[in-house]
Design a protein. Structure first.
Lengths: 458, 519
């Protein structure tokens, strides 16, 4: 018995006899021309201990946020996830069921979705939430799809402050929708509003921005909403859910659709996934929402219960007329997010947000005070900011990495070759000071190297 | 052996303790001032300034989000209580057709939780994430061998995401030949999963349905009639959603290929054929693999999953970026693994999501492949097919044999479809009633009312990880439900009785949706 099966040789023979065949081969009604006539060219199976050791040795070759000090962000952040998240989502009852198509035996999962939807509507200030989509950038593409359906227009105007992955994903999806995508430049850390007003026209389905922007700047969503709505376009904001704990809500600012990456809410970094995406919208979009939505109802005896609501939007009922093709989403990750939000609670989320604002402000001032280092913009920030320096970014990152610090995410030429630095509550003042010291040394060293090279060339 | 039928029907049924314990949300447990998390002080050396000095007032929230105020013990009790209101795979048979509810090895959870995986930041310098990239590369190679197609992208997040990727690849492939305007149609059989047509629409194509023939396969005449130079792609599963292997597969793929279309294989049913037949060898160009089905990623109550795609040479230039490349080292040094973007792959369709995909799922599925090896995977498919055929043999006996006939009288592979039309006509008990009565037997029902072309369909996929006695218990439960229905069909019609709640009013939830807590 191996490979997680239970059928013994004797049982196999008896089962074949009940079926009325003499071998398993006879059960495979597969023509010879498409039969694989050799064993799979894969290694033999390993014991559990051997697999563990192989995986451990692979994992050991990654520099993770436990083995170095992590200032990396750009959408996913090294927050502390409390032990209860893992403890609860590891329970078989949450880990192993399928999508709750049989509501009578799925009340736990359905109620958790309902609670999650409530939390996301509270964070975004919008009345509707789906039970979760895949992850951040694909929720931006999903918002674009909804906007096409709602406005019957096929043009997106996106800020350069939208994460490059979100813009690339939107472009890839838009080949199919089809739709065109136009980009608007930034002014400092936020969208250039004059350029935005020029770009938006009566063909525009949606204006799409990020809140805070990719460079960390807090957008003035109310002014952007006025520009979008003035042209009859929807406003989509891709939001950092932690920042929403202290920033004015998208709903309050007139945003029509708020989406985003849910990883910061108690989910692992996991080298990029799985996490979850969230999708919230105004009431009028209820029949156009993508993905599953749990709703409250009663059973035949009048007991309170939960079901998948509005399923006629979905692919398994509506097929080619569905509002989206999504089926398997990220329910377990959304549950992890809900547990995390319960753990933080009403006050904790505010306190965390304020902590981030203060430490990030300190870090930006501290780094900008280092000789040769400048802040890329001075717009207000919550937990992330960008710096530039007169040294090759790669060399600076290598120097810091050699000293046990992942200093930040390198920004491409589009943003002036800087460094995006993220702060979480796990980054102490001492670690921030150490980053400043290392950056100073690295910039100085690179500068000295170049001076030396220039000297020897002359 | 017969399974005891729990509880008689009707108003005489006493509430179970769990039913008496009515649903309470975490918001309703909230008590002002309670909390779980302790947030540290900022520690900023020059002191805390008011937040409004750092972010202008008009950009700040007016009121805190109304999150619950609960202590840690209350959170744990609340979600523990919710968990007991779920049925799960570790509690009993879960024969949902096309969902492949196989055992979820706990080793996979352990290795996914290693800090080198779980706390690896996705923007980490690839030179400092070599273990992760090697793992992904190795998984790509394994899936390539299993699918019989040379190139793999792990990026799509689920099967439907893989489908969309495949259709965008198809679009890019035809665009390269200047055929975008002409090729506007995608053929899907009428037995297809709902995601197929939904993906077709999102990719800007028109769905054209192909009929099913008497044997449960693609109707070749209908396929020929609908295949012309307007066809961009054919999407197919094989074995199909009836659990039947289409023996005309080479001819089917040949017809569409000759007309210039691409061939897309929906890998939802790959668990039937691993090590026995490969989509690439059948003539397909693009395959998605549901790692949460065949490769044991837990379903999580609706995700996470992952839907990697394997493709042929002619599709490879368009694969999503970033792609992983292995660069062999000099003089026996370790090979290096790199992430290459659009600059190295200018014809790529681009990105379909952030970062590198659902890496945690890759870890689990790669651990699964290492555990089983090539032989183990081949045997897994054999046992999946054996279990399905054994259960079908049991369902041909007794009352099931009389009231629940196979939709097609052919040998199935890993799943089979019965029609409940006999039970409906003769007993007045619908497929839905049988499904709901199974809940009282502490069993998950099969997939019901799918595929659509089978009246009162029950689609049953036991998977290889069920033991024989578990299959027997399922067959016994069906027998007892049908026997009971001969006496009194009301019992099934009003089931379930023992679940945390009984039949729910789904129509009300659609008419006046309550989709968030009212405060």
């Amino acid at each position: 018995v191996s490979g997680y099966t239970s059928v013994t040789g004797d049982e196999r023979r008896e089962m074949l006899a009940s079926i009325g065949v003499s071998s398993v081969e006879e059960l495979f009604d597969v023509p010879a021309d498409v039969r694989l006539d050799r064993p799979l060219d894969l290694p033999d199976g390993l014991t559990e201990a051997e697999v563990y050791e192989r995986m451990r040795s692979l994992a050991a070759r990654n520099a993770d946020a436990e083995s170095e000090v992590c200032f990396l962000g750009a959408g996913m952040y090294d927050h502390y996830a409390p032990a209860i998240v893992d403890a609860i989502i590891s329970r078989s009852e949450f880990l192993t069921p399928y999508t709750p198509y049989q509501p009578e035996i799925s009340q736990g999962g359905l109620q958790a979705m309902f609670e999650f939807q409530t939390a996301m509507t509270e964070l975004t200030g919008l009345p509707l939430s789906s039970a979760g989509l895949y992850e951040g950038p694909s929720t931006v593409a999903a918002a674009g799809y909804l906007a096409i359906g709602a406005t019957k227009r096929r043009r997106f105007v996106v800020s350069a402050g939208l994460h490059p992955h979100s813009r690339e994903t939107l472009r890839a999806y838009s080949e199919g929708y089809p739709a065109s995508v136009e980009e608007v430049r930034m002014a400092g850390g936020v969208t250039d509003l004059e350029a935005l007003a020029d770009a938006v026209d009566d063909e525009t389905a949606a204006v799409i921005v990020q809140y805070p922007s990719f460079l960390g700047g807090v957008e003035d969503l109310e002014r952007i909403a006025a520009i979008a709505h003035g042209a009859g376009a929807l406003l989509v904001a891709s939001c950092d859910p932690i920042a929403l704990g202290i920033l004015r809500t998208p709903g309050d600012c007139g945003v029509d659709i708020a989406v985003g990456e849910g990883q910061p809410l108690g989910n692992r970094l996991d080298y990029g996934g799985p996490s979850f995406g969230f999708f919230c919208a105004t009431e009028e979009q209820i029949r156009r929402m993508p993905g599953r939505i749990a709703g409250e109802t009663v059973d035949v005896d009048g007991r309170r219960g939960f079901v998948l609501a509005l399923q006629t939007r979905e692919q398994h009922i509506r097929r080619e007329k569905a509002t989206h093709n999504i089926c398997t989403a990220q329910a377990l990750n959304a549950l992890g997010g809900m547990i995390y939000l319960s753990w933080l609670g009403r006050q904790g989320l505010v306190e965390l947000g304020e902590l981030l604002v203060r430490r990030t402000d300190y870090a930006r001032r501290r780094l900008a005070a280092v000789e040769g280092v400048e802040a890329l913009h001075d717009d207000p920030v919550v937990r992330e900011f960008a710096v530039t320096f007169a040294a090759p970014v790669g060399e600076v990152l290598d120097y810091c990495a050699d000293h046990g610090v992942a200093a930040g995410v390198p920004l491409g030429p589009e943003y002036g070759n800087g460094l995006l630095v993220a702060i979480t509550e796990q980054r102490t003042i001492e670690q921030i000071d150490r980053l400043a010291t290392l950056l100073g040394e690295a910039v100085h060293k690179a500068g000295a190297g170049r001076r030396q090279k220039a000297g020897s060339a002359a | 052996m017969s399974t005891a039928a729990p509880n008689p029907p009707g108003s005489a049924v006493a509430e179970t303790p769990m039913q008496r314990d009515r649903a309470v949300t975490i918001y309703e447990r909230s008590v002002s001032g309670r909390r779980a998390a302790a947030i540290p002080a900022s520690g900023v050396p020059d002191g805390d300034r008011p937040i409004s000095e750092l972010i202008p007032e008009h950009l700040l929230r007016c009121e805190p989000a109304r999150l619950p105020e609960v202590s840690e013990p209350e959170i744990v009790r609340h979600y523990n209580r919710l968990s007991r209101r779920n049925f799960d795979l570790d509690s009993g048979i879960y024969p949902l057709g096309s969902c492949t509810m196989k055992h979820n090895p706990r080793l996979n959870e352990r290795v996914a939780a290693l800090p080198g995986h779980a706390r690896l930041h996705p923007a980490q310098d690839p030179q400092r994430a070599q273990g992760a990239l090697e793992l992904m590369w190795s998984l790509e190679r394994s899936l390539s061998e299993i699918c019989g197609l040379p190139h793999v992208s792990l990026q799509p997040s689920a099967g439907s995401h893989g489908e969309l990727a495949g259709l965008l690849l198809t679009r890019a492939f035809h665009a390269a030949d200047g055929e975008t305007e002409r090729r506007t149609r995608v053929l899907t059989p009428d037995t297809a999963h709902g995601t197929n047509p939904a993906s077709v629409t999102m990719a800007g194509y028109e769905v054209v349905k192909v009929a099913t023939d008497q044997r449960g396969g693609v109707d070749l005449d209908d396929l020929r009639a609908k295949t012309d130079d307007r066809v961009a792609c054919l999407m197919l599963t094989n074995p199909n959603t009836l659990g039947l292997f289409d023996t005309n597969i080479a001819e089917i793929t040949g017809i569409v290929r000759d007309a210039g279309g691409t061939l897309y294989y929906d890998g939802a049913n790959l668990n039937a054929i691993m090590g026995h037949s490969r989509p690439g060898d059948m003539g397909f160009d693009i395959v998605h693999v549901n790692l949460h089905k065949s490769f044991s990623q837990p379903h999580g109550g609706g995700g996470p999953g992952a839907g990697p795609i394997a493709v042929s040479d002619r599709i490879a230039p368009y694969l999503p970026v970033p792609r992983i490349e292995r660069v062999d080292g000099n003089n026996g040094s370790r090979p290096q693994f790199e992430l290459r973007g659009a600059e190295a792959h200018p014809d790529s369709i681009g990105r379909l999501r952030g970062f590198q995909g659902n890496f945690g799922v890759f870890v689990r599925s790669y651990a699964y492949i290492l555990s089983l090896g090539g032989d183990g995977l081949t045997e897994a498919s054999e046992t999946a097919v054996l279990n399905a055929n054994y259960l079908l043999a049991r369902m041909r006996e007794g009352r099931a044999g009389r009231y629940l006939k196979p939709a097609f009288d052919r040998r199935p592979m890993h799943e089979f479809v019965l029609s409940g039309s006999g039970a409906k006509k003769e007993l007045g008990v619908k497929t839905l009633d049988i499904a709901k009565r199974l809940l009282d037997h502490n069993m998950h029902p099969p997939t019901v009312y799918f595929p659509l072309l089978v009246d009162e369909a029950l689609m049953i996929e036991p998977t290889e990880t069920e033991a024989r006695e578990s299959l027997d218990r399922f067959a016994d439960a069906i027998e007892s439900i049908l026997a009971e229905a001969e006496d009194d069909p009301e019992i099934a019609r009003r089931a379930p009785y023992t679940t945390p709640v009984r039949r729910l009013d789904e129509a009300a939830a659609a008419r006046t949706p309550i989709v968030r807590q009212e405060f």
